[in-house]
Design a protein around this ligand. Structure first.
Ligand code: VG1
Ligand code: CO
Length: 553
């Protein structure tokens, strides 16, 4: 048994607020702001108070609490415990040093039948005193809080006059222990253990181990963020890849100055090594909170949309999915590569708005088994979040059966299903005003585009994507502008909901090449006519003042 500490009966305090604090509705994944903003007195507290006033079953409930280790995590954990205690939560499960990845948190919420979880992370945004901080709230199914709940929290916060908190207590997160504070029990557990068991229930580790033993060197970059301790145990201890396989394995408060975003720009060290033909047969990286993944092979970058399609096409090689898939889903801007696989498998493919919460209803209703987004996120019905290391293990399991290079696997996939050439162009930190003007202008033009020429073709349809949830019939409007051409090529335009500086404009391009076509071309070249046509139509260069995007995926 762990150490048990009984702390003195706490005093209840009520702190009056001079003004309501929240100037913005929490976005696609919670509230994200600069670390400095979260340090403004009563800012964090007010948001947490609004959560506990809104979340169902708080009194007597169990809460999961942890984060990605970034600056601000430890302070937030102490404050959240005190506010939770004042609201009658009776059990909080938190983790050693507060380290808990988003997928591991989702798993714990489900396993411990919690009322929800609070994950302290701004995901792939940089951390540290001058970086970003964030709070994600997940509900009792383990997935991101739905729109209704976040709206209620926002409305509550706008009228907040005071918050409840107990007197200062200090919970040590250095060792496994339990603390009783009045009616509240706080358990400090190892945040890796339960996640490890879950992965062992899904994959055949012996098989993956035999691949690694047969001269299949792999490298994983945790980018000084949360996945380090998880990857060490999974890849080095369980699978037996040599020590050092996991780079940047110790979570740091500022991620060592790295931008913990697993893409070709921000995880370029590992990407350069693999793409320049180093000895590694496989490379992968995860983001700050461990829900995203990037997959690389020798001289091969796997586009996340293709990754989703490959997982779906090979799911039966994984013990947990041996009996096939119920269905699949992708977010609207994600390429249609997985649709092609679904058609061949004879299963449904759902198209949802951006953000993991929309998959939750489909997963809960048993409509889908696997889902994903173009933004390096893939996952399944094992939890209700995207899961970076799960995707890495999935890929390794496929490769341990196929025994081929990542590039050969991709070429083989495309020559079966055809290739959806795809790219996302991000224009970061443009002024809010310019971005809104660009977007609104484009939206006004859309209705005039039908049957007009675009990139040497004809526009089949142009609209602003709207989604009706097939389970609860809720409607999500304004989810992104789409231009679809006669040959099913697509150009999509969205404004990001997760940035904290100015606005980020995302443009997504897709063009299908059939299985007997030219499958090994540079996507930027294949998509050039779409890119140029969009630049002209949307006046992208002129209005952003940028000659090229900040990040190209
Ligand atoms: C981005 C991605 C989206 C993802 C979201 C949260 O949102 O595009 O696909 O669900 O981040 O991911 P946006 O609005 O900036 O495009 V994470 O890793 O922060 O939980
Ligand atoms: Co993330």
């Amino acid at each position: 048994m762990f150490n048990q500490f009984i702390l003195k009966q706490p005093k209840q305090l009520k702190i009056k607020l001079k003004e309501p604090f929240l100037d913005q509705k929490p976005g696609t994944s919670g509230l994200r702001k600069s670390s400095k903003q979260f340090e403004v007195p009563n800012y964090l507290e007010s948001f947490i108070e609004s959560i506990f006033q809104t979340l169902p079953n708080v009194k007597g409930g169990t809460l999961i609490l942890g984060g990605d280790g970034r600056y601000g995590n430890l302070r937030a954990i102490q404050i959240i415990i005190r506010i939770a205690a004042a609201h009658g939560v009776t059990r909080i499960i938190t983790t050693l040093n507060g380290i808990l990845s988003t997928p591991a948190a989702s798993n714990l919420i489900r396993e411990k039948q919690a009322i929800g979880g609070i994950i302290l992370s701004a995901s792939h945004n940089p951390g540290g005193k001058n970086g970003d901080f964030g709070i994600k709230l997940n509900g009792s199914n383990g997935g991101p809080a739905n729109e209704m709940l976040t709206n209620e929290i926002y409305n509550c916060s706008k009228n907040l006059k005071e918050y409840k908190i107990i007197d200062k207590v200090e919970i040590s997160l250095n060792t496994k222990a339990t603390f009783s504070i009045g009616d509240l029990n706080v358990e400090v557990i190892d945040g890796v253990d339960d996640y490890l068991s879950l992965m062992q229930a899904i994959f055949d580790f012996d098989q993956i181990r035999s691949l690694i033993n047969d001269q299949f060197p792999i490298a994983f970059d945790a980018l000084n963020a949360v996945t380090g301790p998880y990857a060490k145990r999974l890849l080095e201890e369980l699978i037996g890849s040599p020590s050092g396989t996991v780079r940047n394995a110790i979570p740091k408060e500022d991620f060592g100055g790295i931008h913990p975003d697993p893409n070709l720009t921000y995880a370029h060290e590992l990407a350069d090594a693999l793409l320049n033909g180093s000895d590694y047969s496989f490379g992968a990286a995860c983001d700050g909170d461990g829900d995203r993944n990037m997959i690389l092979g020798q001289k091969c970058f796997v586009n996340p949309s293709d990754s989703l399609a490959v997982l779906a096409a090979n799911a039966e090689l994984i013990p947990a999915y041996r009996n096939g898939l119920l269905g699949v889903a992708r977010s609207m801007p994600t390429s249609s590569a997985v649709d092609v696989v679904a058609k061949k498998l004879g299963i449904n493919c759902y198209e949802t708005p951006t953000g993991w919460k929309y998959f939750g209803n489909l997963l809960d209703a048993g409509k889908i088994t696997i889902c994903g987004e173009e933004s390096f996120g893939t996952g399944s019905n094992h939890i209700r979040e995207k899961d970076g290391l799960w995707a890495v293990l999935f890929w390794l399991q496929i490769l341990s059966v196929k025994r081929c290079s990542v590039l050969d696997l991709m070429l083989d996939h495309w020559s079966t299903f055809g290739r959806n050439y795809y790219s996302r162009h991000d224009y970061e930190s443009i002024s809010l005003e310019k971005a809104n003007e660009l977007y609104q202008r484009l939206e006004l033009i859309l209705p005039t585009l039908s049957n007009q020429p675009f990139a040497g073709q004809n526009v089949c349809s142009a609209d602003n994507f709207s989604y009706t949830d097939p389970i609860d019939s809720s409607i999500a409007k304004n989810q992104g502008l789409r231009i679809i051409l006669d040959d099913a090529s697509r150009v999509i335009v969205r404004l990001s909901g997760t940035g904290t500086q100015g606005a980020t404009l995302r443009i997504y391009y897709e063009k299908f090449e059939p299985a007997n076509g030219n499958l090994n071309q540079d996507p930027q070249q294949v998509l050039a006519s779409l890119i140029n046509a969009m630049d002209e139509l949307g006046e992208i260069t002129k209005r952003t003042g940028m000659d090229s995007p900040t990040v190209i995926t």
